[in-house]
Design a protein around this ligand. Structure first.
Ligand SMILES: [Zn+2]
Length: 232
């Protein structure tokens, strides 16, 4: 029996990664696929659309791909579904001239990012991420919060992380992506001890929307052991 990339149920379908919804319609894609149960294949499509909307709104600039995607997929979706538009606009506020900040449903962003991380791990190691051993956390580098001291802390942390990545680029395993997917999505993974220790994945969407996923191994985070063998 083939197992689902997210759970141990039987996989009856295959799920595309990165999610198909992130890409332009009709693009000739060579996405990779992972085995999936029916539940984990259908469940996310609404979240994928939500995720794309947040990325494209954040990254949209005159003449870039994100703006194209906004015009091609998001604007028509807003037209067709006033409910969706209202949901996105709910509790938004002006934060400067021509600037508006939108409240983000973090759980929906997490659902998509969890799926991507599971798929990466499954593809790399040929087995499920042992979720009982890991705590998964995603940092959305482009988002701001209402708490400026938290934002300061996070941006410092990201700067330090970037430096670490730059210094240890040899330890990062970047996955070759085809041309279209590279423009839309690429990632680097740092997994020095495979599934036995913490894993860091840096994702880049639309050339600038960065998410850092920390898959922290519980055993390692709870206690550090020094396995010296001392002969007495
Ligand atoms: Zn499943």
């Amino acid at each position: 029996m083939k197992k689902c990339y997210m759970c141990s149920s039987e996989a009856k379908t295959r799920e595309h990664f990165p999610p198909k919804a992130l890409f332009p319609k009709g693009a000739n894609l060579q996405l990779w696929t992972v085995p999936s149960c029916i539940n984990h294949n259908n469940k996310k499509s609404g979240d994928d659309q939500y995720f794309l909307t947040q990325i494209v709104m954040n990254m949209s600039r005159e003449g870039n791909l994100a703006r194209e995607r906004f015009i091609e997929s998001i604007a028509p979706h807003f037209e067709k579904s006033p409910k969706f538009r209202e949901m996105i606009a709910r509790n938004s506020k002006n934060v400067g001239p021509g600037k508006r900040a939108y409240l983000v449903d973090v759980s929906r962003m997490y659902s998509v990012m969890d799926g991507i991380c599971h798929a990466i791990v499954f593809r790399k190691y040929g087995k499920n991420l042992p979720t009982q051993d890991f705590r998964i956390q995603h940092e959305f580098c482009n988002f701001v919060s209402d708490d400026t001291s938290r934002d300061k802390y996070v941006s410092n942390w990201i700067a330090q992380f970037d430096q670490l990545v730059a210094e240890h680029s040899w330890a990062m395993d970047a996955d070759a992506a085809d041309k279209i997917s590279e423009e839309v999505y690429s990632y680097k993974i740092m997994a020095p001890a495979g599934l036995d220790a913490s894993i860091t994945i840096e994702h880049l969407f639309y050339g600038g929307f960065k998410v850092i996923s920390l898959l922290t191994h519980k055993e390692v985070s709870a206690s550090i052991r020094n396995a010296l063998q001392i002969e007495l």
